[in-house]
Design a protein around this ligand. Structure first.
Ligand SMILES: [Zn+2]
Ligand SMILES: [Zn+2]
Length: 313
């Protein structure tokens, strides 16, 4: 068991989950995801299904699974206890760490990484994300479903076999709440997209999506995809739009492969008003004392230069 706790005075939350500390780390003392030879048994590989938690679902091709969804063995969130967030004695705001924490094993090939998938496989993965969001949303105590990908040790991955994670929990993240506010009445992002898609920060565009490096990028080579239409969430997209989302995500992932650095990406799905986007955060610069003290990040690459690099100029 664990808890969700709020800072004394700030709108910031932490999850305390002491089961997480026991999780295995493939990357101990290894420098690089690609170069890491594994001599341990990988529980995410075909043949080792019994080593994982009980499967929730899988996707098949030619009678073999190609993607599996399993509960995280070391969950940050659990479907038990109190989901209601309450305040005691003024400064102690908390609930249990209520929710569901799932792993998507994205491929049955151990060495294959997210930027290596075929278009068909990548589209299937996006559909799987969408399907899990729809299922997890059915629990009325769940307020938000967060899909994330950590690629490599510096991005927080502890197992090298390519996987994504889904956190479904009992609050709307503060960032999403703030962005929801900015999209109420008139959506700020609808206007921002129109400006940025023709700016020095423009990167890629297709019929339904546009990608640019954000004006105040926190990370070197940070890049964001927005839907051109004001849509809220992955669950609102048609099959044709998901294909186009796959196309633009794979363009970015190919560039990130070339960059050779660890990275995260995460979906920012709106609830009532927020405009859908996906953020990619390469993990080159390290957040240190100044960043923690001030929440002002020092980024060493201008987003305008990063965009040039994405465009191949
Ligand atoms: Zn494996
Ligand atoms: Zn909008």
């Amino acid at each position: 068991m664990g808890e969700l706790r709020k800072d004394y005075v700030l709108e910031k939350f932490v999850i305390i989950s002491d089961t997480r500390k026991d999780r295995p780390h493939d990357f101990h003392k290894q420098q690089n995801t690609q170069a890491a030879p594994t001599n341990k048994i990988c529980s995410f590989c075909p043949g080792n299904e019994l080593l994982t938690t009980k499967e929730i679902m899988h996707i098949e091709k030619d009678n073999k699974w190609i993607m599996r969804v399993i509960p995280n063995k070391f969950p940050a969130l659990e479907l038990k206890g109190k989901s209601q967030i309450t305040t005691d004695n003024q400064y102690y705001t908390y609930s249990d760490n209520y929710g569901q924490h799932e792993i998507i094993i994205e491929t049955n090939k151990h060495g294959e990484q997210i930027y290596d998938y075929s278009r068909e496989h990548f589209i299937k993965l996006l559909h799987l994300y969408k399907a899990r969001i729809l299922v997890l949303n059915n629990n009325e105590k769940i307020e938000y479903v967060q899909v994330i990908k950590n690629h490599g040790k510096d991005a927080g991955a502890s197992i090298e076999h390519s996987h994504s994670q889904i956190f479904a929990y009992n609050m709307i993240p503060i960032t999403i709440q703030q962005k929801e506010k900015a999209c109420k009445d008139n959506c700020a992002y609808c206007e921002i997209i129109l400006r940025e898609k023709d700016s020095y920060r423009r990167c890629f565009e297709n019929n339904s999506f546009v990608a640019f490096t954000p004006y105040a990028s926190r990370f070197a080579y940070e890049i964001i995809i927005f839907s051109k239409q004001h849509k809220l969430s992955l669950i609102d997209f048609s099959d044709a739009e998901i294909k186009e989302l796959a196309e633009i995500m794979q363009k970015i992932l190919a560039k990130l492969k070339e960059l050779g650095q660890d990275f995260n990406f995460y979906f920012q799905n709106g609830i009532k008003n927020m405009h859908f986007h996906v953020e990619f955060t390469p993990r080159i610069n390290i957040f240190a004392g100044f960043e923690f003290a001030t929440e002002t990040v020092i980024n060493t690459i201008y987003p305008e230069d990063a965009a040039k690099w994405y465009r191949g100029e």
